[in-house]
Design a protein around this ligand. Structure first.
Ligand SMILES: Nc1ncnc2c1ncn2[C@@H]1O[C@H](COP(=O)(O)OP(=O)(O)OP(=O)(O)O)[C@@H](O)[C@H]1O
Length: 539
């Protein structure tokens, strides 16, 4: 009667419901723990059954069941419910690692055989068998056949990675071992893998057993002044992914929505403290109407949003290369950035617009300038970061000149091969990256191994904040080279006209920015050889 008077959902029912819910959670937790530890539970139950046969057995059996089964199941249920991270770190993680290692050691002969790494050979006869064979007449008895496997030298687990070190059997090479990596990873239930040749006969398989890259991680505003490299995100083993910048030209390829923006801003905004300190000079080419770079415009010394403006930027950098080349010749082989002589980074969003989709004249000139920068700029402190959606376009021609490539989500195995190289479709399957994980990419490390990474996410708010706090300083003539500045002034004065010309539907043939300036622009005196080409062409 009282219950009927209490309306459903009233507070009087809340404690009862909570208790019921808690009880059910505990029971289901204990049951699921028991299901996952069936063998242990059966062992405890069998021991308890045997214990009952002893004098005072029933009491002992109850204690055994309580301490061996119910108590651990309850503790685990409560721990994992309220402190999942600590449970994973202290219990589930170590237990899983022990399980993986035991599994690999126990199953290695079977795995090697099933993956095609083993051979079935006749057993080598022992010395005594050979002696008996020599003394007896008649046909020699058939020798039994045995399986010969490559040797599993070690199996270790760290974090979420199971590492197997394997030595090739006689007649095998590391290439044979590498070829079966996908099958091995599939047999182990690994989420991804990488393999590394340790020596001509030994290979290390890293099997990543749990995916740490599913969660989105937001980038944090950089504080350290770093020029050599920028942290971009994390690797699949949860270690930091740091991209070298100095002396590298970086090509980022990924279809629309694959997260190129995260890498673009990871580099540009990651260099922001160095930009503010004057050690890095950022040049932006955003051929998607300036939408991307507009977010962090203050970071950039100069931005081009049309193909003809982009030509001006490339020509200016070409002059920087000429000047530095003359200055460094005979003194230094590698440029060291200083506030008066910074590292120039040209960040290009949608390279294909410049090298494939624009007028043939601009396309040709842009490809020529880019090729010169890509081949000569590395040691002279001028590096390129280029993003592109479609690797099949003309960018292919320049692809070989980039010194590091990041493959975000691609459309096909063929694209993966184009971007990362032959034989990478299995080892670095960028075409299998899920559309639900933008920012995930495959990279080929310096040692030639492929690794899966995920860039941290750069929201617009953070980009704006970083750009506002680290604006590019106003550069003086000696900072970037007098010729560059002269060209820049000239191109600025003509920028409006060229932009209008390139935007106008009637202006089919855009101005070549290099010719009209020639008569007006005096050559920088000290650089006769270099300026004769770049100064003249750029002007
Ligand atoms: N590192 C990341 N982690 C999580 N989500 C991301 C990440 N990077 C991008 N995203 C999400 O994916 C969306 C698309 O990203 P982004 O604009 O960078 O792609 P894109 O490759 O530049 O595409 P497009 O070439 O069409 O401009 C973003 O709006 C964002 O929501």
């Amino acid at each position: 009667m009282t219950a009927a008077l209490v309306p459903a959902g009233s507070t009087a029912w809340t404690p009862t419901r909570r208790a019921l819910r808690l009880g059910w959670a505990l029971v289901s937790g204990v049951l699921s723990w028991s299901w996952r530890h069936t063998r242990w539970v059966l062992l405890v139950a069998a021991l308890a059954f045997l214990t009952r046969l002893l004098p005072d057995g029933p009491v002992l059996a109850e204690w055994l069941l309580l301490l061996g089964w119910v108590a651990p199941a309850l503790v685990a249920t409560v721990w994992v419910t309220f402190w999942p991270v600590s449970y994973r770190r202290s219990v589930a993680g170590p237990a899983a690692r022990v399980r993986w290692v035991c599994w690999a050691r126990r199953r290695w002969p079977h795995l090697a055989r099933e993956c095609g790494l083993s051979v079935n050979r006749e057993q080598t006869p022992t010395r005594s068998a050979r002696l008996v064979g020599a003394l007896t007449t008649g046909p020699a008895p058939a020798l039994p056949k045995v399986w010969v496997h490559p040797r599993l030298c070690s199996a270790t687990a760290r974090g979420v990675t199971l590492t197997l070190t394997v030595r090739a059997r006689t007649g095998q090479t590391v290439d044979d071992l590498e070829a079966v990596a996908p099958a091995l990873a599939a047999a182990a239930g690994a989420r991804s893998f990488r393999c590394r040749a340790v020596s001509p006969s030994m290979i290390e398989y890293d099997l990543v057993m749990s995916d740490r890259l599913t969660a989105v991680r937001e980038a944090t505003a950089p504080t350290d002044v770093r020029v050599d490299a920028v942290p971009l995100g994390r690797r699949q083993d949860d270690t930091a992914w740091v991209l070298p910048v100095t002396g590298r030209h970086t090509l980022v390829v990924g279809c629309s929505g694959s997260g190129k923006g995260s890498i673009f801003w990871g580099v540009c905004a990651g260099l922001a403290p160095a930009v503010r300190a004057g050690l890095v000079c950022l040049w932006g080419i955003d051929l998607k109407r300036g939408v991307e770079i507009g977010m962090g415009r203050h970071l950039f010394h100069r931005v081009a949003t049309t193909p003809s403006e982009a030509l001006d930027v490339l020509a200016a950098l070409r002059v920087v290369i000429d000047q530095r080349g003359h200055r460094m010749a005979g003194h230094s082989r590698l440029h060291t950035p200083t506030p008066s002589d910074p590292l120039h980074v040209v960040a290009i969003d949608e390279l294909a617009v410049l090298t494939a989709y624009t007028d043939p004249e601009i396309r040709k000139e842009a490809s020529r300038l880019l090729a010169e920068i890509l081949t000569q700029g590395r040691a002279l402190g001028v590096v390129v970061l280029a993003c592109v959606q479609d690797p099949r376009k003309e960018v292919i021609g320049l692809r070989g000149l980039f010194t590091q490539t990041i493959a975000l989500r691609l459309r096909s195995a063929e694209e993966t091969r184009m971007v990362l190289g032959d034989g990478t479709a299995d080892l670095a399957p960028a075409h299998r990256i899920s559309p639900a994980t933008p920012g995930v990419a495959w990279v080929i490390d310096e040692d030639g191994t492929a690794d899966r990474v995920r860039a941290d996410y750069w929201p617009d708010r953070l980009v704006r904040e970083v750009a506002t706090h680290h604006p590019a300083p106003a550069l003086h003539a000696h900072d970037i080279g007098s010729a560059t500045l002269e060209m820049e002034e000239a191109s600025n004065s003509e920028g409006q006209a060229s932009a209008v010309a390139s935007a106008s539907p009637r202006a089919r043939k855009p101005r070549s920015p290099r010719k009209p300036r020639q008569p007006r622009q005096p050559r920088p005196a000290p650089f006769n050889g270099g300026s004769s080409r770049s100064g003249g062409e750029a002007a």
